[in-house]
Design a protein. Structure first.
Lengths: 206, 206
């Protein structure tokens, strides 16, 4: 597999969103120009991005919407389901489980962990909160693919180290710290505190 | 005001988080090396970042934690409060209002808007949901500084245009689309769908 730039994946993700809209409107074919116009890019870029993953569409006829949706879902890995371990039974985890896009994209929470004795053993969005001490055992038993780290900042790295040792290759990190992992593991950090501070900085220094 | 790179703001934000930890531990002074080690950067970079905003600390004595926390909070605009308009009375808005860091960083929700007649007029986290048709009137009356856009993707841009016309200079966007604004407006987009698709792509193509 050739290495694909994250900016390309971002655009594919955007094309998919636009195509799903077209699909909802019953549109059968779209031109690269229509995708480019809505996606803030050029026709040439759209054709280049899509040709990279194989040959779609016919010259002059545009892209068949349904077929391209299926192809893009396959490329982005959205045609299968993933088993997710949620680390931290707090508000972020709850919001994520209730977020429609999470299940829509094939992510199912298979286990939830916390360190707080008051939470362990309690029901949580259809699961039972497990002791973080049992992480290794449960992640193996539940065949977990991916983890969401929604812990306080000081424990995020040790938790990530344990996940990496378990062979987890994808982590979504909500703790407000940078996590360091080996090259074959992907971490995406959603740092809301940082986004807010960038905005307050902009409001103060404008 | 000199233009400051977003990467610098990110590091200042990180230093502040580390310093608040030191403060919590009762530590009075820290070296640039201690900040660098925890922040994944170099002592020289820490000194450069901090000197850019004025002279802190004494050679050989390190930085006074309390004073530096106060300075950084001032630089990042965290020493005042902001009035926020929340557009979309859904789960994202609720999670954000309940997120401790939102109030901690000085963001107070002053108004909440929706387009759904079933939601308009109902109580929502201590506020009453208002008709989006009244956006202009309410934003002016409530002296709103910033907006959170948590709408479906197709209306995010028209809403942003109305906010810009009202003089709003900072937008936190949760709609899964890019929003285009003039140069003097800052938009930060938190696109969870995109983060998830980057992870599923990585899991599928590893």
């Amino acid at each position: 597999m050739r290495k694909v730039a994250e900016s390309t994946i971002r655009r594919l993700s955007l094309y998919l969103r636009l195509l799903e809209e077209f699909e909802g409107q019953g549109i059968a074919t779209v031109s690269s120009g229509a995708l480019a116009g809505r996606g803030g890019t050029t026709s040439a870029q759209v054709r280049k991005d899509l040709s990279f993953f194989g040959s779609f569409g016919k010259r002059g006829l545009g892209y068949p919407v349904l077929e391209l949706v299926a192809h893009l879902r396959g490329i982005l890995g959205l045609d299968r389901r993933y088993r997710v371990a949620m680390i931290g039974a707090g508000k972020i985890g709850s919001a994520l489980v209730q977020y429609r896009g999470f299940r829509q994209r094939g992510f199912d929470v298979a286990a939830i962990f916390d360190v707080d004795p008051a939470k362990i053993g309690k029901a949580w969005n259809g699961l039972t909160v497990q002791d973080i001490a049992a992480l290794e055992e449960v992640v193996k038993a539940e065949k977990v693919d991916m983890a969401v780290v929604a812990t306080p900042p000081d424990v995020a790295q040790p938790i990530a180290d344990r996940l990496v040792a378990l062979g987890i290759k994808a982590i979504l990190n909500f703790a407000p710290v940078q996590i360091t992992v080996p090259d074959d593991v992907v971490v995406k950090t959603v740092n809301l505190a940082l986004e807010l501070e960038t905005l307050s900085y902009a409001l103060t220094n404008r």
